[in-house]
Design a binder for this molecule. Structure first.
Ligand code: GLN
Length: 489
C-alpha cells in the first residue's frame, strides 16, 4: 500500500493505531521522492539523513507510549526562504547560496515541538519574487500534472512536492499570492493566513508589510491542523497578532447553511480563462445548493491593486535587499574598491527579476517620485482595504478564482514580466488588505490542469474560510486526485 498519496490526518490516525511506523512512512515518501524528483525538481536541498533520524525518534516516542502530535513522524517540506537551523537556506539566490542559519524561524520552532520529519527545502522564485518558480537561480520546478508546465510560484517547489507525493505537507510564504496560486496550479490546498496570524520571524523578508507564512496540503483538514500549530503571537515579530488563536479544527464542519458568499464582479473580467470562470461559478453554485446564499458585491478598487502592489512590494524589497552588499550578508565578488565590490556582488549575484524589482522600488522611493508613486500607492492600498470592509458588512466570505488561468507552459511568459504581474490580479488585493485566503481545487481544465477556487475571509476569520472550504471539499473528489507522473504512481 502506498502511503505518499494520503493526507497527514489519515497518516496520523494510522500511526496512532500502529498500522504503520514513521520509518515505513518516511521510507515510502523518500522512495516516491527518488522516483519523481528527477522530473519534478521540487527541492533545492534534501535532508534525507535527518529525516530518517527524525522518523526513528518518532517511532521511539510511539513505542514509549507517549501521546503523539498531529505532525509527529509525518514527512513535510519547507520553502527555502524559511530559516532552518543548520540547514542551508538559499532563497533560490546565488547571493546567499551558502547561508546556513544559526537559528530556526519561529514556525520551525513551533513545528519541531511536534517532532515531524523534515525532508528538505523547496524551490522558489528567487527571494519569492515571481509566480512560476522559473526565477530560481538553480533550476525551474515542473508541474506534476504536466511536466512542461510551471507549478506556479513563488512557493512552486512546496506545491509541486505536495502534489507529486514527495512531501505530505509543506510550508510556503505568500506576499502577493505565492501560496494560493501554486496551490491552484498544482491542485492542492494553500492557505494564506491573516497578516500577523503567523510569525514572520526567520522568514527571509521580501515585502514585510505583505509577507505571511502558511501551509500547502492535500486537503482542508490538514491546512486547519497546521495553522493550529504555527499561528499565534510571537515576541520576535512585532507585527504578529495578539488575538486569541481558536482551534481551527472546530471549523471543519460541512455546513454552510445561511452563510453569505460574496461574488465580486471585478474578479471575473478580461483575461479570465472561460474554463476558470465556469469552474469557479459552478463551485459557488454547489455551495448555494448546500444552503449558502450568494450575493453579488463590488470591490471597485480591484483594478488598481496590481499597480499598487507592484509599487509597494518592490519598494519594500529594495529596502530589505540592501543588506546583501558583500559585507553584512551573503556572498561577495571582489572589486578594486568598495563601490566596485558592491557593484560586482549585486550585479552578478542577483537575478534579473530581483534587480528589476530593486530598480523599480528605489525609483518609487526616490525624492521627487516618492509622493507620486509610493505615497499614492499607500493611499490606494487603504481604498482596497476599505472595499473589503464594506463588502464584509454584507457577506461572511468572498469567493473568486485564485488565478485567471490554469498553469501555463514553462518559458511561455518569462520574457514578459508585465504579463506575469497581471496574473496576480486575484491574489494581491488580499495581501494589500491583510486578509486570509485559501485556494482549493475545484475542477480540471480540458487540458487536464487543476483549477483553484479562492475563498477570502475577514481579518482573523480563517475559521469561516476553512468551514466553507471544508464543506465544498466534502461535496466532491478533486482533492483525492493525484497526477500520473509517467506511470510512476
Ligand atoms: N507573484 C507575486 C510577485 O511576484 C507574488 C509573489 C509572492 O507572493 N511571494 O511578487
Amino acid at each position: 500500500m502506498a502511503l505518499f498519496d494520503k493526507p497527514a490526518h489519515v497518516l496520523h490516525d494510522m500511526l496512532v493505531k500502529k498500522e504503520i511506523s514513521a520509518q515505513e512512512l518516511t521510507a515510502d515518501v523518500l522512495g516516491r521522492l527518488d522516483a519523481v524528483e528527477g522530473d519534478v525538481q521540487a527541492y533545492i536541498t534534501t535532508t534525507r539523513e535527518q529525516a530518517e533520524e527524525q522518523a526513528k525518534a518518532a517511532d521511539e516516542k510511539i513505542a514509549r507510549g507517549e501521546k503523539i502530535s498531529f505532525l509527529t513522524g509525518i514527512p513535510g517540506a519547507i520553502k527555502d526562504n524559511i530559516c532552518t537551523k543548520g540547514v542551508k537556506t538559499t532563497c533560490a539566490s546565488k547571493i546567499i547560496d551558502n547561508f546556513v542559519p544559526p537559528y530556526d524561524a519561529t514556525v520551525m520552532t513551533k513545528l519541531n515541538v511536534q517532532t515531524p520529519v523534515i525532508l528538505g527545502k523547496t524551490n522558489l522564485d528567487e527571494f519569492a519574487m515571481g509566480g512560476s518558480t522559473e526565477n530560481s537561480a538553480f533550476h525551474p520546478t515542473h508541474n506534476p500534472w504536466a511536466l512542461d508546465h510551471v507549478p506556479g510560484g513563488s512557493s512552486g517547489g512546496s506545491a509541486a512536492a505536495v502534489a507529486a507525493g514527495s512531501a505530505i505537507w509543506a510550508l510556503g510564504s505568500d506576499t502577493g499570492g505565492s501560496i494560493r496560486q501554486p496551490a491552484s496550479f498544482c491542485g492542492v490546498v494553500g492557505l494564506k493566513p491573516t497578516y500577523g496570524r503567523v510569525s514572520r520571524y526567520g522568514l527571509v523578508a521580501y515585502a514585510s508589510s505583505l509577507d505571511q507564512i502558511g501551509p500547502l496540503t492535500r486537503d482542508v483538514t490538514d491546512a486547519a491542523n497546521i495553522l493550529n500549530i504555527i499561528a499565534g503571537r510571537d515576541e520576535m515579530d512585532s507585527t504578529s497578532s495578539a488575538a486569541e488563536v481558536p482551534d481551527f479544527t472546530q471549523a471543519l464542519r460541512a455546513d454552510v447553511k445561511g452563510m453569505k458568499i460574496g461574488l465580486p464582479k471585478e474578479y471575473f473580467t478580461k483575461g479570465m480563462d472561460p474554463e476558470v470562470e465556469q469552474a469557479v461559478k459552478a463551485a459557488i453554485k454547489q455551495l448555494e445548493n448546500l444552503g449558502a446564499e450568494v450575493v453579488e458585491i463590488s470591490l471597485p478598487h480591484t483594478e488598481y491593486a496590481i499597480s499598487t502592489y507592484y509599487i509597494i512590494a518592490p519598494a519594500e524589497a529594495a529596502t530589505n535587499l540592501e543588506r546583501y552588499d558583500g559585507v553584512s550578508y551573503g556572498e561577495r565578488i571582489d572589486g578594486e574598491d568598495l563601490v566596485q565590490m558592491m557593484t560586482n556582488t549585486r550585479t552578478q549575484l542577483f537575478g534579473e527579476e530581483v534587480k528589476r524589482r530593486i530598480m523599480i522600488g528605489n525609483y518609487a522611493l526616490s525624492a521627487g517620485y516618492y509622493d507620486a508613486y509610493y505615497l499614492k500607492a499607500l493611499k490606494v492600498r487603504t481604498l482596497v482595504q476599505q472595499d473589503y470592509l464594506e463588502a464584509f458588512k454584507k457577506v461572511d466570505v468572498i469567493m473568486a478564482p485564485t488565478a485567471p488561468t490554469p498553469a501555463y507552459k514553462i518559458g511561455e511568459m518569462i520574457d514578459d514580466p508585465l504579463q506575469m504581474y497581471l496574473q496576480d490580479v486575484c491574489t494581491v488585493p488580499l495581501n494589500l488588505a491583510g486578509l486570509p485566503g485559501l485556494s482549493l481545487p475545484c475542477s480540471m481544465s480540458s487540458k487536464g490542469m487543476p483549477i483553484g477556487l479562492q475563498i477570502i475571509g475577514q481579518p482573523l476569520d480563517e475559521a469561516t474560510v476553512l468551514r466553507a472550504a471544508y464543506t465544498y471539499e466534502q461535496s466532491q473528489e478533486y482533492h483525492k486526485q493525484m497526477p500520473q507522473l509517467g506511470g510512476k504512481n
